[in-house]
Design a protein around this ligand. Structure first.
Ligand code: MGD
Ligand code: MGD
Ligand code: MO
Length: 575
């Protein structure tokens, strides 16, 4: 029925052949695969369930294994995210696993050069250095900078070690450069950061608006879903807001190209039009939201003319109760868990390192010597004598070259773990092959560190109490119970059997939850919300008393802001 296809031209045509469909119809299955040269499907010894981790789309796939090595991938026809399709990163990204320049043995810096040694020497140095810094300068001398590309088991373990046992707030991720803005906005409006919608919304939408999202090139499989709707009967209209002429812009019904950094003015202008034309559901707004009147006043000055002029168009971690819950769960002293303010911003950690306050920075699965802003300064700080950088990666990256200790990690396909995509779909990725040389999974590296640091809970038992990825995941499931992102129903076995499932999965939603807030109730109650929010203009946090006094009682919070000019407006030299 569904021929498995091999597209040799998938780099030049990332989206593959069209399978058109109409509104409300199921998206047809198209199973893509790619195998190494000379390997036939019949040669594959095992297909190991996994999903793509190289972008936040989470395409379900199986890893092909032969003679203990990854030899290819095949899309999962039954996966809700991709219905079998794979993009170029999915099809070819696994080749990096087999690359000869993978890190296999931990190097440490000796007389200015990185010299390979064993794990004992490398981790021994990291633990000894950490202990010395904590003793001499306190836990805030240590900083940790991680990634959005690891598995849930590794993050939860790292967070438990850093916030729980070491007790520093200096933990940030590359998501700071990335989707942290969207997560923060969701918390401000809905009290929690789960994305309310679902990729299956594409199947019935009349209009798809893509605001500064070049989905065609960055979430390729999601764009094929949109292209298949566009090729079918009654296609949706595409609205693209992007200063550049992207493939999305070329396919769009309407393309608005505002000057970079003028989005707030444009959105305010669009909201003013929507309100002025009464294209709104007043009963829903009254019943389920707070702040609409403020919004009306705020957007009033953004007439089409004003908006067009500005845009250059022709037109946290803040809820005390949650911290106490964590302390109970982890059996730690609540005073030990830093929660006076949000975790330290990555750029702030670099400021602290420059000032000599931060003396160790442990970087995992991110390459800040390439991806942070102001690179000359970043590299200068990483080279400072007073800083002890530890880099945990699968390759000897630009950042690793500046490290005092480099820890070789097992890559995707070489370890088992769970991760979640942009529409809340949770996937399990099973270990398919052994990691090269002495490389170890990220969660095992963090747990080894915790043991060498001799971290303990209040009753003196080793902390974290879990031993490996699977037990870390069970601890995370327990921590998520009753929270908006409840993972308790998403066991490894269930995920292996079903492919992707959207959190939360509970007795009411045995197949996972397609859309959040269908009943118009939002997790904004003061005892349940993840943040009390901020003033969007000044950034000042709203305090608990003020939030309680104006209890939204399960309504969503409509917040608005005036347009302000960007701190660094585009110039002809830096467009
Ligand atoms: N092939 C590939 N895919 C990837 C990745 C990758 O490295 N390679 N990375 C993954 C990751 S980590 C992420 S976060 C996603 C990112 O995916 P996207 O969100 O699509 O991000 P970008 O391509 O960085 O930017 C999207 C668009 O925003 C436009 N833009 C810039 N400034 C403005 C502005 O002020 N207003 C508006 N409206 N638009 C603006 C840019 O012209 C650009 O076309 O991609 C993921 N997918
Ligand atoms: N100029 C510019 N800068 C940008 C962006 C941009 O568009 N332009 N985009 C921004 C965005 S959205 C993002 S998300 C960031 C991304 O920036 P980075 O986080 O630096 O992105 P990557 O290069 O993907 O780095 C990931 C690192 O993790 C390693 N790695 C892969 N798998 C594993 C594993 O299993 N374990 C371990 N320990 N390591 C692993 C890889 O070898 C790689 O070195 O860049 C941001 N910076
Ligand atoms: Mo990103």
């Amino acid at each position: 029925m569904n021929a498995t296809r091999h597209f040799p031209g998938r780099i030049s045509n990332p989206w593959g052949a069209r399978t058109p469909y109409g509104p409300g119809q199921p998206w047809p299955v198209r199973v893509d695969h790619h195998l190494a040269d000379g390997v036939a499907v019949a040669d594959v010894e095992a297909w190991v369930p996994s999903a793509a981790v190289l972008h936040s789309n989470g395409d379900g796939l199986d890893i092909a294994v032969k003679d203990g090595a990854i030899v290819g991938v095949r899309g999962r026809a039954d996966d809700r995210v991709n219905h079998g399709r794979l993009d170029p990163k999915d099809l070819y990204g696994w080749q990096a696993n087999n690359s000869p320049d993978r890190l296999t043995t931990p190097p440490v810096r000796v007389d200015g050069r990185l010299v390979e040694c064993g794990w004992d020497e490398a981790m021994g140095r990291v633990a000894a250095h950490s202990k010395r810094l904590v003793a001499d300068h306190g836990p805030d001398a240590l900083g940790f900078y991680t990634s959005g590309q690891l598995f849930c088991e590794a993050y939860y373990t790292l967070a438990a070690i850093v916030h729980g046992a070491i007790g520093t707030n200096h933990l940030d991720g590359n998501t700071r450069l990335c989707t942290a803005t969207a997560a923060a906005a969701l918390k401000e409006s809905f009290g929690a950061d789960g994305q309310p919608g679902s990729y299956s919304d594409v199947d019935h939408a009349d209009v798809i608006a893509l605001f500064g999202h070049n989905v065609a090139e960055t979430q390729v499989v999601l764009w094929t879903r949109m292209l298949d709707r566009l090729a079918g009967p009654n296609p949706p209209a595409i609205v693209c807001v992007d200063p550049r002429e992207t493939p999305v812009a070329r396919a769009a019904t309407v393309h608005l190209a505002p000057l970079p950094g003028t989005n707030v003015a444009l959105m305010n202008g669009l909201l003013r039009e929507v309100i002025a034309n009464d294209w709104i559901d007043r009963a829903y707004i009254t019943g389920h939201t707070r702040g609409f009147d403020d919004l009306v006043n705020r957007v009033e000055p953004y007439t089409p003319d004003t908006t067009a002029r500005i845009c250059g168009l022709s037109a946290e971690w803040a809820n005390e109760e949650h911290v106490a819950d964590l302390a109970r769960l982890w059996n730690l002293d609540v005073r030990h868990i830093p929660h006076g303010g949000p975790p330290t911003h990555a750029m702030k950690m670099l400021d602290l390192a420059e000032e000599g306050e931060l003396r160790m920075l442990w970087v995992s699965a991110t390459n800040p010597a390439v991806s942070l802003p102001d690179l000359a300064r970043v590299r200068g700080i990483l080279r400072r004598e007073s800083l002890f950088p530890v880099v945990q990666d699968i390759f000897r990256t630009e950042t690793a070259e500046l490290a005092d200790v480099v820890l070789p990690a097992a890559a995707w396909g070489e370890k088992t773990g769970v991760f979640t995509n942009a529409d809340r779909t949770v996937h399990l990725s099973r270990k398919a092959v052994e990691p090269p040389g002495q490389a170890r999974s990220d969660v095992d590296i963090f747990l080894d560190y915790a043991r060498r640091m001799d971290l303990r809970d209040r009753s003196g038992a080793p902390f974290p109490p879990w031993r490996d990825g699977e037990s870390a995941y069970r601890a995370w499931q327990a921590a998520s119970a009753g929270r908006p992102c409840d993972y308790t129903g998403l066991s490894y076995d269930l995920l292996e059997e079903r492919g992707g499932v959207q959190w939360p999965r509970d007795t009411d939603n045995p197949d996972g939850t397609e859309r959040l807030y269908r009943d118009g109730r939002f997790p904004t109650e003061p005892d349940y919300c993840e943040t009390y929010g901020h003033d969007l203009m000044t950034g000042d946090p709203v305090d608990e008393a003020a939030y309680r006094a104006n209890d939204p009682a399960g309504r969503a919070l409509i917040k608005s802001a005036d347009y302000t000019t960007a701190p660094e407006p585009p110039t002809t030299r830096l467009p």
